[in-house]
Every structure is written in structure tokens, then in C-alpha cells.
Design a binder for this molecule. Structure first.
Ligand code: F6R
Length: 607
């Protein structure tokens, strides 16, 4: 959803603030690109902020309003992913009060905005947008009639219901930023010469490596050299909350690749190696025991993370553990069956997806313990779970998940390995040995498949639809391939269990319709070969991902790409990589920017 940033300097003399705000906007663009805006205190004595905002990409809005040339002592910035109110200049953030002295940037949804707006309008406030956010500066303004800024901000926050991360700038306190967090992520930087708050860690890392990750329902203010946080009216002791972050801000830059998505696809060997070396086997063994002892395992996740959940459910079933993967936002339909003795597993790259967070709460509320698999240390899902396993893929900037999926699957495989050892099931014991080879094998996959896939993607890019078919562990890979193609190339793509394709989907197949088959498991090879023949008989264009040297498979396809073979579980990681590349190159051929798929946000923080 929206990206937010604020900075306030110690200095009284205006600085070159424009480039700082532009940099922050560029970093936050992946969070929403409906509109862009900044508000600036041009001098420490100004009575109001100056606002520049509009619909469009960061580069367009920055150019149109010469943001780069702005000077000042403090500023806030925002990239918007519309929830309340269509994308328009008026609805773009920052929003200001009637006097222009209070500027607010916000991520989330204020549920009770309609009643607040009515109350404030009745008190004489003039609203200029259709957004829920605009009530916040007016509310602060209203309280400032009787209270100093900090108290007024605190009172205003107390009135809000819903999910929010907020940064406010108030003209009478030009060196201070006010902030609040409920459900939406927010990070405060700790530095001597500036105060920094942002929705994303990399944006803060441009200014300081010392950060405080805010918890739910915390709010406060920060000025250079000072951070004050409260929760429920009481000050929060921050002594143990300041953490030193080793990620550099540059880890999140493109490093010469045309898009973050391609960079992150190529980063996978490194990300997987990092995940592998960071695995904490004590935690994994404890987690395996929890899985083993669970009456039933409910795996909740959304999108790509849910596909990793399907891999886990298949592995658990193999090991005799009853597990159900559930779309996180549908948890309500199973929660009646959940009770003590059950285990929830929440898989979330960001750890902030609201559907997954709500599912975690529902499962815990029903008596289950919850295990989290997440990439973001200190994220909400991590904090609210009983057992946490980190994927350590590093920051993922592209909206489409790539390296975070493969590292999730690696963690899932490590868990399955620990469980297989615990229950003495030799069936998937080799998964653990092969895991060590995965980073190197993914490098091989990239070397071997990128050229052929790039070629193949031309044909797919010209089609309106595609099917992805697999059996067993090939199915989550097919699902992930189809999701990627939809997301970035805007081609209608569906994944089916290959056997199911005969029960309806095959009706669409004629005249070169592309059907992509994932052959990653020898156990189901024969049945899958039959499905290829069925598609050929309907004039589909058949494309196969097949193990090297399998000539009996190669001859079935119009085109095929050979992918190194380890074992079905580790093959999930190897075989999804060419499908990530296929989606990426199809998007590029079609002239789309794969890093900014329309209508999508990196982290979905509204239900
Ligand atoms: C797909 C994608 C989304 C996310 C989903 C869950 O490329 O990025 O489908 O996987 O929104 O996000 P997390 O894993 O952060 O909970």
C-alpha cells in the first residue's frame, strides 16, 4: 500500500531537501504509484507547509514540480495506492488542515473517517479531498485550538479507528515529526542531526542504521537526537528497542539490471545461500516437533506465499501430518474447527499482509499456536507468532515476489527434512542433503534457461491466455508461474492439476493455445505425459520444463527447456526460476514495466 517518509533537520538554515525527498519517493514507489506528493517546511519560521502533489509516477511528479530544487528544514513524502478516493491530484497525499500548518502522510484505512469528517465539517473545517486521511490534519488542527502540538496529535490519534501508519509535520515545531502506527509498518531512525520516519527500512537506512521498528498502537514524536514513544498513554522504554541494521540501503538498488524483478531473480543463488547459512536448526527441530505433535496444521498465506504453503502441505501429508493450506482471507471458514492442539503456520514475505495477520489472530484466538515463516525481522506476523523462522532473502523491491518465494520453499524443505528425521521417515530424507546444492543449482538454472526462455517468451507474449499444468509438487510451481505471468505481463494465465484440465479447461484449447507443463517429479511423469498428448491433440502449443537428457519427454513438446533435477521438493525451487523469467521477459516484450504491475501493491495492508 502507500509509502510514507518524513525527515526533519536540526539546522535553522534551509538545506537542499529536494534530492532527499526524491530519493525517498523513488524507494517508496513500489508501494503505490497512483500519485505522489511532498510537503516542505521551507524555513524554520514558516507558518505553513508547501505542498506539491499530483497523479503520476515519481519521475513525472518530481519533474513537473521541480521537487529536486526544493530547500527546507523538514519534509514529508508519500506514494499512494488508492483505497478511499480515486487516484487524483486532490486525493494525493500529503493532506493539510484548513490553515496549511499541519501536513499528514498516511498508509492504511481510517474506518471511522465518515463520522469524524461529519463532526469536523460541522465544526467549520473545509475538506478538499475524498480521502479518509484528510480527517487527520483537521483533527490535529481542531485539538491544537486548545493544546500544544504533541498533545493535540496524541488526542487526534486516539480518535482513529482502523489501520494506519502516520507521519505528521506541524509548522510551529519545524524540527519534529509526529508518528503513529496501528497494523501498518513504521520505522523510526535514530540520528543526531536529523529525525527520520518511514514505512520502509531501506528508506530510513539512507540516513541512519540505528532504527526502532514501531509496534502496534505505538505513537510518539522524534526530533534530531530524540525519540519519544508512547503506548496507551504511558511512555515506552526504548533502551532495548534500538537496533543496528546491517542491510545497506544500496542492497535495495538495481545494481545495473534494467528492473528490480530481474535483479532479484538473479539474486536467488545468493539469497538461498544466505537463507541456508542462516537456518537455525534448533528452532527448526522445535518447529518440526510442533508440527509432529499438532492435531491439525492450518497453513495461512496469500498469493505467492500461499504457493509455498501448498508445497508445505504436500510434504506434511507425505510425513503423516494432517495439514490444510488456506487462503488467509478465508480463514473464517475453518476457524470453527480450530482448537487447542492445532498449529497455524503463517507464511508471509513482508509479515505485514493484513489478511495473514488477521488469520494469525483468528487461529490464536481459537486456541492454536502459530508458527511464522517471514522475511522481515520484527514484522507484525513475526511478533504475534509463537515460533518464528526467517527466510533472510534480503529486501525485495519488485512487487512480484521471486527470491522470497524460493527462500520460503527452502525453509519449508528444511522443516520437512527436520520432521522427516524426527519421525524416521526416509522417504524425503534426501531433501536435506540436496538442499546444500540448491544455491549453486539455481545459478546453473539461470545460466542454462535464461536464453531459451527469453526466446520462448516472445511466443507467449503474443497470446491472450495460457495454461500451466503440473501434478503433485509441480502444481504449486505451475500456480506460481501463472500468477507471475498474470501479474507482470497481464496475460490471462491459469494453473490446474494436469488431470483436472480435462474437466473443463481443455474446452478453451485450440489453435496454438500455449500450455506449459512442469515435469519435476518422476513419480507422476507417466500420467503427465498423457496430459501433454491430450493438449497436442487439440492443437495446443505445448511447452515443457523437463529434466536434462529426457528425450522421451523432449519429443512430446513443441518447445522444451531442460532444467537440472535434484528431487521433487528442491526441484520446486529450480523449476520455478524459468517461469519467473518467462513472466519477466513476456512483460518486457509487451512493453510493460515488470517492477510496477498495475493495480498491485507490494504489501497489501487492507483487508
Ligand atoms: C505475488 C505477490 C503477492 C504476495 C502476497 C503476500 O508476486 O507478491 O501475491 O505474495 O501479497 O504477500 P506476503 O508474502 O508479504 O504476505
Amino acid at each position: 500500500m502507500c509509502g510514507i517518509f518524513g525527515i526533519a533537520y536540526r539546522t535553522e538554515a534551509p538545506l537542499a531537501l529536494g534530492p532527499v525527498l526524491r530519493r525517498a519517493l523513488e524507494r517508496l514507489e513500489y508501494r503505490g504509484y497512483d500519485s505522489v506528493g511532498v510537503a516542505v517546511m521551507t524555513s524554520a519560521n514558516s507558518e505553513s507547509v508547501q505542498v506539491y502533489k499530483d497523479v503520476g509516477k515519481v519521475s513525472e511528479v518530481v519533474g513537473k514540480y521541480s521537487i529536486d530544487s526544493l530547500r527546507g528544514v523538514a519534509g514529508v513524502a508519500h506514494t499512494r495506492w488508492a483505497t478511499h478516493g480515486r487516484p487524483s491530484k486532490e486525493n494525493a497525499h500529503p493532506h493539510v488542515d484548513c490553515t496549511g500548518a499541519v501536513a499528514v502522510v498516511h498508509n492504511g484505512i481510517i474506518q471511522n473517517y465518515a463520522e469524524l469528517r461529519e463532526r469536523l465539517a460541522a465544526a467549520g473545517h473545509t475538506f478538499r479531498s475524498e480521502t479518509d486521511t484528510e480527517v487527520i490534519p483537521h483533527l490535529i488542527e481542531e485539538y491544537m485550538k486548545a493544546l500544544p502540538p504533541w498533545e493535540a496529535f496524541r488526542e487526534a490519534i486516539g480518535q482513529l479507528r482502523g489501520a494506519f501508519a502516520i507521519v505528521a509535520l506541524i509548522a510551529s515545531e519545524p524540527h519534529t515529526l509526529y508518528f503513529a502506527r496501528r497494523l501498518s509498518p513504521l520505522v523510526v531512525g535514530v540520528a543526531e542531526e536529523s529525525a527520520v520516519v518511514a514505512s520502509d527500512l531501506p528508506t530510513v537506512l539512507d540516513h541512519t542504521r540505528r532504527v526502532i521498528v514501531l509496534h502496534d498502537d505505538e505513537y510518539g514524536y522524534t526530533a534530531p537526537g530524540e525519540v519519544h514513544v508512547e503506548r496507551g498513554g504511558a511512555p515506552v522504554d526504548l533502551a532495548s528497542r534500538v537496533v543496528e541494521i546491517s542491510w545497506t540501503a544500496d542492497m535495495a538498488s538495481k545494481e545495473g539490471y534494467p528492473h528490480y524483478m530481474l535483479k532479484e531473480i538473479h539474486e536467488q543463488p545468493m539469497a538461498l545461500a544466505g537463507t541456508l547459512s542462516g537456518l537455525d536448526w534448533d528452532t527448526l527441530r522445535a518447529a518440526a516437533e510442533a508440527l509432529h505433535n499438532a492435531r491439525h496444521v492450518y497453513i495461512v498465506a496469500a498469493g505467492t506465499s500461499l504457493h509455498a504453503g501448498h508445497v508445505m502441505a504436500l510434504g506434511l501429508a507425505r510425513l503423516g501430518v494432517k495439514a490444510t493450506p488456506i487462503v488467509a482471507s478465508e480463514v473464517h471458514s475453518v476457524v470453527g474447527a480450530v482448537g487447542e492442539g492445532d498449529l497455524g503456520v503463517a507464511i508471509s514475505q513482508s509479515g505485514e499482509t493484513i489478511d495473514t495477520l488477521v488469520a494469525v489472530r483468528a487461529l490464536r484466538g481459537a486456541g492454536a499456536r502459530v508458527m511464522a515463516i517471514t522475511n522481515v525481522v520484527g514484522s507484525s506476523v513475526a511478533r504475534e507468532s509463537d515460533i518464528v523462522i526467517y527466510t533472510r532473502a534480503g529486501p525485495e523491491v519488485a512487487v512480484a515476489a521471486t527470491k522470497t518465494f524460493t527462500t520460503q520453499v527452502l525453509v519449508v524443505n528444511a522443516l520437512l527434512h527436520a520432521l522427516a528425521e524426527a519421525v524416521g521417515n526416509g522417504d524425503i530424507a534426501h531433501v536435506g542433503d540436496n538442499m546444500q546444492r540448491v544455491p549453486h543449482m539455481v545459478s546453473r538454472v539461470l545460466q542454462l534457461t535464461e536464453g531459451p526462455i527469453r526466446e520462448l517468451s516472445r511466443a507467449v507474449a503474443g497470446r491472450a491466455s495460457a495454461y500451466y499444468l503440473g501434478r503433485g509438487l509441480g502444481l504449486p510451481v505451475a500456480m506460481e508461474g501463472a500468477l507471475k505471468l498474470k501479474e507482470v505481463a497481464y496475460i490471462h494465465a491459469e494453473a490446474y492439476p494436469a488431470g483436472e484440465s480435462k474437466h473443463g479447461p481443455i474446452a478453451l484449447v485450440a489453435d496454438g493455445f500455449p500450455v506449459i507443463f512442469v515435469f519435476l517429479d518422476r513419480e507422476v511423469e507417466k500420467a503427465l505425459m498423457g496430459n501433454v498428448m491430450e493438449m497436442r491433440a487439440r492443437d495446443a502449443t505445448t511447452i515443457g520444463l523437463i529434466p536434462p537428457g529426457a528425450s522421451h519427454l523432449a519429443e512430446l513438446f513443441d518447445s522444451y527447456v531442460e532444467v537440472p533435477y535434484l528431487d521433487p521438493y528442491n526441484n520446486v525451487i529450480l523449476y520455478v526460476v524459468p517461469l519467473q523469467l518467462l513472466a519477466y521477459y513476456a512483460a518486457v516484450h509487451r512493453g510493460y514495466d515488470p517492477d510496477k504491475p498495475r493495480n498491485l501493491a507490494k504489501t497489501v495492508t487492507v483487508e
